[in-house]
Design a protein around this ligand. Structure first.
Ligand code: NAD
Length: 356
């Protein structure tokens, strides 16, 4: 492991079979060559072993299926694997689903996080050579107008049940640091994209529907602005904060790449057309504007000064390059798509858009 403050031997990654988790496991196995890594994931509709296929049998990696809200199961992981570091990503992560079933978000994102915190403090006592890293979102800060940026001092103002549940989990992590002295760090990151993202989120929805020649739903007039970060840049940032971040602090991570949803979809469709040799503009005809999501935050954008000045991190992949790599990955992984599409999400999205 590179020189840093936190040096752990056995790392627990929760939510490891999801989009960011699976990319992170791959990244960390390379980044920290001496470390054991335990992946823990319930394998909900969003988690797939196919996401970990190439590392599942890695000699320093162990996958365990389990629920972060199940205290006995979590206790067993800490005790049986001598866990001395946690990177916590397990969550219900889809805003639309949180509007239909908020309690599932309270159970996993809030209660599940508290169970992890309880077991970490039980297993670790007041050890300071351990670390609990909570991976969170910029959505806890609410929405921006056309100006300004979120940073570590922005007040919390969650607007959706998803962001409210992530905000609550951030507060519990902070409270565990203040009350029990748990060496914890929190990262709040903007929208991620890249390989292995489940096809319910905007970018894989657009790619998979364009490839199938199906209508591409865009909320409202597509004017909402998001700051996009390529998932490998996020994994690198998580690694750095885990190694060198100061316990008790939060770190804002972003791509410094703002785009309206419509700009993003158009760029993506150009790349899809180019990748499969179709005439430019072919896929753009599939765009269909659908009724906006209730409480849809207008704009997110992140000021990453702390990451840049304290840890020397900044995003390395431009939006165009990252999207091109993502399109290529989806074109090369049609089997993976067929595999994960079978898990019922399509019924959810179709009903959701119909109801709107
Ligand atoms: N995707 C983004 O743009 C983004 C941005 C910032 C922060 N985040 C945060 O990063 C984390 C990962 O996001 P993602 O996009 O990879 O999500 P994801 O939905 O792809 O993955 C979540 C994983 O958690 C697992 N999980 C769900 N409930 C569980 C439970 N009770 N016990 C154990 N495992 C459970 C799922 O099976 C899945 O593998 C989340 O905490 C999310 O809030 C995501």
């Amino acid at each position: 492991m590179p020189t840093g403050k936190a040096v752990v031997v056995a790392l627990l990654v929760t939510g490891a079979a999801g989009f960011i988790g699976s990319n992170l496991v791959r990244h960390l196995l390379q980044r920290w060559p001496d470390q054991r890594l335990v992946s823990f994931d319930l394998l909900t509709y969003a988690g797939h072993l196919a996401n970990l296929a190439d590392v599942i049998d890695h000699p320093r990696h162990r996958f365990l299926q389990g629920d972060i809200a199940d205290r006995e199961a979590v206790a067993a992981v800490f005790d049986q694997h001598d866990i001395d570091g946690v990177i916590h990503l397990a969550a219900e992560s889809h805003v639309d689903r949180s509007i239909l079933d908020p309690m599932a978000f309270v159970r996993t994102n809030v209660a599940g996080t508290v169970v992890l915190l309880q077991e970490a403090t039980r297993a670790w006592g007041d050890r300071q050579d351990v670390r609990f890293h909570h991976v969170s979102t910029d959505e806890v800060f609410g929405a921006l107008g056309s100006e300004g940026f979120f940073d570590e001092d922005t007040r919390y103002r969650p607007n959706s049940p998803y962001s409210a549940s992530k905000a609550a989990s951030d507060h519990f992590v902070r409270a565990w640091h203040e009350t029990y002295g748990l060496p914890a760090v929190i990262t709040n990151c903007t929208n991620n994209y890249g390989p292995y993202q489940f096809p319910e989120k905007l970018i894989p929805v657009v790619i998979t529907r364009a490839l199938a020649g199906e209508k591409i739903p865009v909320y409202g007039r597509g004017e909402n602005v998001r700051d996009w970060l390529f998932v490998e840049d996020h994994c690198d940032a998580i690694g750095l904060v885990f190694e060198r971040g100061t316990a008790g602090e939060t770190y804002c991570i972003g791509g410094e790449t703002e785009a309206t949803n419509l700009e993003l979809v158009r760029l993506l469709l150009d790349l899809v057309d180019a990748a499969r040799g179709a005439d430019p503009g072919t896929s753009a005809e599939l765009i269909e504007f659908v009724t906006d999501r209730p409480g849809h935050d207008f704009r997110y954008a992140m000021d990453i000064t702390r990451m840049r000045s304290e840890l020397g991190w900044s995003p390395s992949v431009s939006l165009r390059e990252g999207l091109a790599r993502t399109v290529e990955w989806y074109l090369d992984h049609r089997e993976w798509m067929a595999d994960v599409q079978g898990s019922g999400h399509r019924e959810f999205t179709d009903t959701w858009y119909e109801k709107r």
